[in-house]
Ligand binder design. Sequence first.
Ligand code: NAP
Length: 224
Amino acid sequence: MKRALVTGGQSGIGAACIERFKAEGIETISLDLHKDADLAVDVSDSAAVSKAIAAAGPIDILVNCAGVVGPTTPLWEIEAADWDKTFAVNVRGTFNTCHAVIPGMIERKWGRIVNISSVAGKEGNPNLSAYSASKAAVLGLTKSLGKELAQKGVVVNAITPGVIATPMNKDTSEQLLEYMISRIPMGRTGTAVEVAALIYWLSSDQCTFSTGSVFDISGGRTTY
Ligand code: NAP
C-alpha cells in the first residue's frame, strides 16, 4: 500500500485530497497547524518538519497544500515581516517537506510530488504580490526539482487552481468574488473535489511521462 503525506490536510483542497486518497486505498497522513492533524506541525519550521516526517516513516506521495494568502494590500504598504511569513509557509514549507521525503523516494526508486501553486503565480493578482510571487516560486522549484529527479523514478508536478470554493475564500467580498468569476470562462468557481481528482492522477502510477510540469485547473482562465 502506498503512503501519502498531505500538508494543509485539515481543510479545503488538502482535506478533499485526503478523502480521495483514502477512498483509493492510499494510507494518508495529514500535516497541518491544526491540533487534530496526524502531524500537528508548522510547515515553515524546518527542524520540526524534518523530525515529524522522519518519525512518520516512508512517504511515497507528497502533496504540498498548506498555504496562506498573506497581505492583501498594494506592495508598498506590505510590512517586510508579512512578506517573509508568506514565503516561509508557501515556499520554505514546500522546500522543507520535499527536503525531508525525497531521499527515501530516491532510495525506493518511486515517488510522486504535487505542489499546489495558483493562477496568481502565472498572472500576478493586484494587491496579492507576496502570494503571487510565492506561488511563482513554487513553479520554479517544481521545474528544477522535476529535472533533478527525472531519472530516479520520482515525478514532481505543480497545479495552478483558479478560484476554488474553500475556507481560504470565506472572507472574500461578494463583489470581488463576482469579479473573479466573471474572469472564468466556465462562469463558476471550482470545487475541492475537482482539484483532488487532478492531484490523485498526478500522484498515481498513471502519471509516468510528466515531470516539472504545470497543470491548469481554472475553468479555462489560465490555459497556458
Ligand atoms: P485552506 O482551506 O485555507 O487550507 C489550507 C490549510 O493549510 C489549512 O488547514 C491551514 O491551517 C493550513 N496551513 C496554513 N499555514 C500552515 C502552516 N504554516 N503549517 C501547516 N499548515 C498550515 O486553503 P485551500 O483553499 O484548501 O488552499 C490549499 C492550497 O491551494 C494553498 O496552497 C492555496 O494557496 C492553494 N490555492 C487555493 C485556491 C483557492 O481558491 N482556494 C486557489 C489557488 C491555489 P489553518 O486553517 O489553521 O491556517
